[in-house]
Design a protein around this ligand. Structure first.
Ligand SMILES: Nc1ncnc2c1ncn2[C@@H]1O[C@H](COP(=O)(O)OP(=O)(O)OP(=O)(O)O)[C@@H](O)[C@H]1O
Length: 294
């Protein structure tokens, strides 16, 4: 019989994931798999379980958790060539990867989606230094502000909690001198924020990288330059209108490889969690994950 592993973060989504465990197991069993459930207790558990699934020859891995858990599961799978199929049920606050794939964000609907998932699509992921990302690498004060968002705040406000913390940094408008090496070219920019997205959905905004596809082989790089008072009023509408890359203070680059350096020390954010400091070397791993989707 085919083997499936469900990797579930019981604490995700304000502990909602735990309530749906039995339903997820039932759906995966009905697809004809013998199901093993692995519950995470701490950071990196999901990566270790996913590696175990590959090494023990599992056919299918189903993640259940927020973007952090999904990143960890994919990190476990990504190192290997003989990967199992992968699906997931989103239980996080933002759920960018689910938005990009078209997985419903409400648990019941997402489980119904999982039931109907029967089509394999190979999707891209990104590599940043030694780590993997499925959604976004961000740097700048807004990116750092996400660490200050508390669990209670996320539960109460959802993605808005991140925007409130981010908005506080707009007032400071701190900029960083950055060097980008891309396609043999060196670009110097004084940037307020840099966003490198793999999919259309970034921080819950589904129209930032409007033409990004799950398997387009590219990263979508948005370098936001120093904003003057009036620009702050026009950036958000440009995001909502799907015209962010055309904003006069945004330098947009589409590439499959990029290096970012700075003379200043600067933290980064990888899929919503604290990432490496600069320098960063980013590449696309094209069609690297075997997503099973509806
Ligand atoms: N049993 C657990 N109890 C508490 N924390 C856990 C547990 N298992 C994993 N974690 C932590 O949860 C992190 C991932 O959380 P995840 O992103 O899945 O959910 P979330 O916080 O609800 O979602 P979001 O990040 O979108 O708000 C892991 O990196 C790990 O540190």
């Amino acid at each position: 019989m085919k083997q499936a592993m469900v990797i579930l973060n019981p604490s995700s989504g304000n502990e909602a994931a735990n309530d749906y465990k039995a339903e997820i197991v039932e759906v995966v069993s009905d697809k004809g798999y013998n199901v093993t459930v692995k519950e995470t207790k701490k950071q990196d558990d999901a990566t270790a379980f996913a590696e175990e699934a590959v090494n023990e020859g599992y056919d299918y891995v189903v993640g259940a958790g927020g973007d952090g858990t999904i990143n960890e599961v994919i990190t476990g799978l990504a190192k290997y060539d003989n990967q199992p199929l992968f699906s997931f049920v989103p239980f996080g606050t933002v759920n960018d990867f689910a938005r990009a794939i078209g997985i419903p964000l409400k648990p019941k609907a997402a489980i119904a989606w999982l039931k109907e998932a029967d089509t394999e699509q190979r999707v891209d992921i990104g590599k940043v230094n030694d780590r993997y990302f499925v959604n976004v690498v961000a740097l700048g004060a807004v990116a750092e502000a996400t660490y200050d968002v508390g669990v209670e705040q996320k539960t109460r406000l959802g993605p808005l909690a991140y925007y409130i913390e981010g908005a506080k940094t707009l007032a400071e408008n701190k900029i960083y001198p950055l060097t980008f090496k891309v396609g043999g070219e060196t670009i110097e920019e004084e940037a307020f924020l840099v966003i490198i997205g793999m999919t259309n959905s970034i921080a819950g905004f589904e129209r930032i990288a409007t033409d990004a596809k799950l398997d387009d082989g590219h990263m979508h790089v948005f370098i936001v330059k120093k904003l003057a008072g009036f620009d702050i009023m026009t950036v958000l509408p440009s995001v909502l209108a799907g015209e962010f890359k055309d904003h006069e203070k945004v330098h947009y680059i589409k590439t499959n490889e990029l290096t970012i350096e700075s003379t200043q020390s600067l933290h980064t954010n990888i899929d919503g969690d604290e990432g490496d400091d600069l320098p960063l070397h980013l590449t696309v791993l094209p069609k690297h994950i075997r997503l099973l989707k509806k």
